[in-house]
Design a protein around this ligand. Structure first.
Ligand code: TRP
Ligand code: SF4
Length: 365
């Protein structure tokens, strides 16, 4: 069982076998100008992605929905979702971004006012600074607690879900509070409401998420089937990306600052942090010259792969330099640290400028 609210590490292979998630690599060929997250295998799995490939190719309407629970600061792992949204925005999608304040309240005890502040000064600020275009009628962002269409739909859909099903999917206990029990229904409604007539539905919908969210996806797809005759839903598609490894080698987590590079870190701090990352280097320089490093096991390499080296050729070059023992970790970290600094210089400048815009975005309707 996968528990979306716990932080255990997920076995990607098992996920494919046990839950029927298909390899994303099979889809990449059909995509015009795939993003690096797609072509480098960071997005590793999907359900029903073909209908999204088709919609993009034919220029048909489709939606992309992916939310965020405002529970803390954003780190560079979260950037992956934003990068995907930017790609889909450029490729004709209608974008929906629920801010899961109801989930944060029910599952984490975060009050609604705190969620709103985090949404504005942390999430939306970063989304804009990273390049998502909010000046676009095809982008919708909302707080769950303020979206009547979503709340009403969740209630209607709950009519065909029972307690034993929720227990089987989430392992809910008799001690689970009732607000928490209802949270998945709100998320199902986040995902399905773009298909209502009021939103120009039905239409294909994609949910790009981390694999911890798959229980919600399975529930959503089942519920969509149950309400097909009433709402004409098209069963939503999903993709799954690998999580970024934390600086210390485990999971990157906002609640453990030593593991994370935060998007609000100063350029100097971010540059320093990457130097503390666990590498795939050998015990001694001699051994590394002889046997080469292990980029597959290296947080520095992973950061470059996910975020800092857009050119495939440059990345390949580094990979071989590492494997062949030509570059040592010290120098490699030095280079990565410079790239990090440059990236964060731009980001922090943009963040400064976007605060006011972020306030307006959430307060406008
Ligand atoms: N549960 C998600 C999280 O923990 C947030 C979320 C809310 C979401 N609604 C969604 C994700 C709809 C994808 C689609 O971050
Ligand atoms: Fe990682 Fe670079 Fe060391 Fe290779 S040389 S293990 S990529 S830090």
């Amino acid at each position: 069982m996968i528990d979306p609210w716990s932080s255990s590490i997920i076995d990607y292979e098992k996920l494919k076998k046990q839950f029927g998630i298909k390899p994303f690599a099979d889809c990449v060929e059909g995509i015009k100008n795939p993003s690096t997250l797609m072509s480098r295998g960071i997005i590793f799995g999907h359900r029903d992605y073909d209908q999204i490939v088709n919609a993009i190719r034919e220029g048909n309407n489709y939606s992309v929905v992916t939310g965020m629970m405002p529970s803390g600061k954003m780190h560079i792992g979260h950037k992956m979702i934003v990068d995907q949204l930017i790609w889909y925005q450029k490729n004709g999608a209608e974008i929906y971004i629920p801010i899961a304040d109801m989930e944060a309240y029910s599952a984490r005890g975060v009050d609604f006012e705190t969620s709103r502040k985090l949404a504005i000064y942390e999430y939306i600020t970063n989304y804009i600074a990273l390049g998502l275009n909010f000046d676009n009628k095809n982008l919708h962002i909302y707080l769950q607690s303020e979206n009547k269409m979503v709340i009403d739909l969740a209630y209607k859909l709950a009519r065909k879900v029972n307690l034993s099903e929720m227990k089987a999917i989430y392992g809910f206990l008799t001690s689970t509070n009732l607000a928490h029990l209802y949270v998945p229904l709100i998320q199902v409604a986040d995902i399905l409401h773009p298909q209502l007539e009021e939103c120009d539905g039905p239409k294909p919908t994609l949910v790009p998420v981390g694999p911890d969210q798959d229980p919600h996806i399975r529930l959503t797809r089942d519920i969509a089937e149950r309400f097909k005759s009433q709402f004409n839903f098209i069963t939503p598609s999903s993709t799954y990306h690998r999580f970024i490894t934390g600086l210390t080698g485990g999971k990157m987590s906002s609640s453990k600052p030593k593991t994370a590079i935060f998007l609000s870190d100063s350029p100097g701090v971010a540059a320093k942090k990457i130097k503390t990352a666990k590498t795939g280097g050998r015990e001694s320089l001699g051994e590394q010259r002889e046997r080469g490093g292990i980029p597959e096991d290296c947080v520095v390499y992973e950061t470059l792969l996910y975020h800092l080296i857009p050119s495939d050729d440059k990345l390949k070059e580094l990979y071989h330099e590492c494997k062949d023992g030509i570059i040592m970790c010290g120098e490699c970290k030095e280079r990565a640290s410079e790239m990090m600094k440059d990236f964060f210089k731009v980001l922090s400048k943009k963040r400064e400028k976007t605060k006011r815009t972020a306030e307006i975005i959430l307060n406008k309707d």
